[in-house]
Design a protein around this ligand. Structure first.
Ligand code: SAH
Length: 342
């Protein structure tokens, strides 16, 4: 397979092109981050455009399926990568601009019990270019002004560290997408070495931790990663990120009926988080997936859970559900379509 042109940083592309003058490389990157193909780069000499096409993979991911919510305008995409891998992304329009949720891997090997993306394990890592491709293809198709990126689709981003970091650097580079680092969120189940490494990069991006349990016993039932990393270690590392970047850390907590939604669980979580201004708890009534029997907590239970946290002085919210009518919990569309095209 050819290298994806978006796998390069703008500086890396200049170096790759060799004797091409810097201003030409800049013209090319400008076009690239507007989502244009070489044929559309009208101020670039034809020979150079032909060279790009011959040597590099320059196409954006192909749209296999597009589902648009009639309720709130959320658009869910199933993209096909060059090798046929199916990748999901979701564009959510907000008052401040649009946010895109991108996938970092095809499949996932973390094995969380409630998650559809992990049912068939990991197919492969996505390259930095394939992640950028999701943003550019979705922007081009939806016409939305994408101002925020959440790396919260299929896959564990810290299990694909180098590629994810290159993608983030290209997203925040003024020569790349030019987004603010503060508008980028990376969500992890808690790979501690990756978190430490990320913290050393000193990037003021937002961190989200998939916590889903108030103690290690419950967490181990839901998330295999909990066997090697304790909640205490995880939250200590998350606090360091807050101290270093002053970016609040979101603790994601999917409420699952009868598993982690008791009043005792709420109190235990409140205790862990109270007096920690760096944490914000985001409660998500779990999306049931076909392959598992988990069910979401009732509205009343969600309200009690939320109130327990708030009364203890913990910042907490219930995630607003977007695209309810095109629902397909993360990874579901990809699975439904599997076998047809891959
Ligand atoms: N691997 C990363 C990012 C991908 S998962 C992580 O673990 O954070 C993105 C978020 O969706 C995580 O918080 C994950 O726990 C959550 N999630 C996965 N399946 C879900 C489901 N069925 N219902 C609600 N949230 C789910």
């Amino acid at each position: 397979m050819k290298l994806n042109i978006y796998d390069f940083t703008p500086e890396g592309l200049l170096a790759y092109l060799g004797d091409v003058p810097a201003f030409r490389a800049e013209q090319i990157t400008k076009w690239l981050y507007s989502g244009a193909s070489p044929d559309e780069m009208t101020n670039v000499p034809k020979a150079l455009r032909e060279r790009l096409k011959a040597e590099l993979y320059t196409a954006l991911p192909r749209i296999d399926t597009r589902l648009k919510s009639r309720i709130d305008g959320t658009v869910k995409y199933l993209f096909r990568m060059e090798d046929g891998a199916g990748i999901e992304s979701v564009v959510m329009p907000y008052s401040y601009g649009s946010s895109i949720c991108v996938s970092s891997q095809a499949g996932c090997r973390m094995g969380c019990a409630f998650c559809a993306s992990t049912v068939d394990g990991l197919d492969r890592n996505l390259t930095a270019g394939e992640m950028m491709g999701q943003v550019l293809a979705a922007r081009r198709d939806s016409g939305q002004n994408i101002t925020h990126i959440v790396i919260m689709g299929s896959g564990e981003p810290l299990d694909n560290y180098e590629n994810v970091l290159t993608f983030i650097r290209n997203a925040i580079s003024p020569k790349g997408l030019g987004l603010s680092a503060r508008h980028i969120t990376l969500s992890t189940c808690g790979l501690i070495d990756g978190m430490k490494r990320l913290s050393e990069e000193g990037l003021p991006i937002n961190l989200a931790i998939s916590l889903h349990a108030p103690n290690d016993t419950v967490r181990k039932q839901l998330m295999p990663v909990a066997r090697s990393v304790s909640i205490e270690t995880l939250l200590a590392e998350a606090e360091k990120h807050f101290e270093k970047t002053h970016r609040r850390v979101t603790l994601e907590y999917a409420l699952i009926r009868g598993v982690n939604d008791s009043a005792e669980c709420a109190r235990e979580l409140a205790e862990r988080c109270s007096g920690k201004p760096g944490f914000h708890v985001n409660l998500i009534p779990v999306n049931s997936i076909e392959e598992r029997s988990f069910r979401r907590s009732s509205r009343e239970v969600v309200a009690v859970f939320l109130n327990t946290l708030i009364k203890a002085g913990v910042q907490a919210t219930v995630r607003r559900k977007m695209g309810a009518d095109i629902d397909a919990a993360c990874g579901q569309l990809r699975r439904a379509k599997k076998g047809k095209n891959t």
